[in-house]
Write a protein that binds this ligand. Sequence first.
Ligand code: PMV
Length: 307
Amino acid sequence: MTCSIAPGKVILFGEHFVVEGYPAIGLAVGLYARTCVEEGDLKIYSRQLGPIDPSSKEAKPYMRIIEEASIRYGCRDRYRIYIDSEIPVGAGMGSSAAVNVSLAHSLLETCGVEFTKEDVSRIAYLGEIMVHGKPSGVDNTLSTYGGLVYYRQGLFKRLNTSLPENTALIVADTGVKRDTGLVVREVLERYRRLGGLGKVIYEVAGRLVEEAVVAIEKGDVSRLGELMIVNHGLLFAMGASAWINDYLVHKMINNGAQGAKLSGAGRGGIVIGIARLENTGKIMEALKTEKVNVYLVKPDHEGVRSI
Ligand code: PMV
């Protein structure tokens, strides 16, 4: 049996806009999905969900990954698969991509073929299509390669710098689960309805990501925070926010964060905030009174790997 782990992620800038080919910045985080694969009959078992029927909707991404490995790499079409994940589901932390990436990796390992990370990311992306129709590919890219990444469809770049020193990235999980595919579709519908105006909003979002790269390179936390707030406003304009997201953004800023925004698909899920280290305690305490799960982000620099 071979096992692989793959990290979850947070999107710092550019979610939704990235679906239409604009850039985004994301960070792989130290929360992992672990998938083990062994030869045998076809069985899928999830530690969180129990046995998964291979003909069910949940199994579709996994079956697509097995199919691709069989067609393109001559692997078998039956394996026993064991999935375990510590990444919150439906929260915007890339749990489905991390499972798909770790599955693609351990499947190719078990199959015994030579492969690259690019192969893993590409196969996992096919699984992602089964999850939500029109994925940009940012989640599987972050989970495969790890680190702080600038991503645009067809292009990804590891940013050599990390977040400014003496700053922390805080994640607050609203606990409100949403269907990424549905939010993505509705945002795109608004984009089309808005016509030229929608295009202007997307152009601004793209420009904002380029400015965020500069702010990261300079280590300018005030600027990064301000850009996060503007990014949240653009996501709100496109219908990706919900009152709980807006509320937690305000809560973080009012308690000393330099900036905050929804992250991922939105309408629940997670809110992220950037803060100077000396302010994180106060912000986290304030969030805890809202009974939301709060984490400090620990980056993952390696991406998918065997364990
Ligand atoms: O997987 P989530 O829920 O974090 O959101 C994915 C990010 C989107 O930009 C909304 C969709 C995509 O495919 O990039």
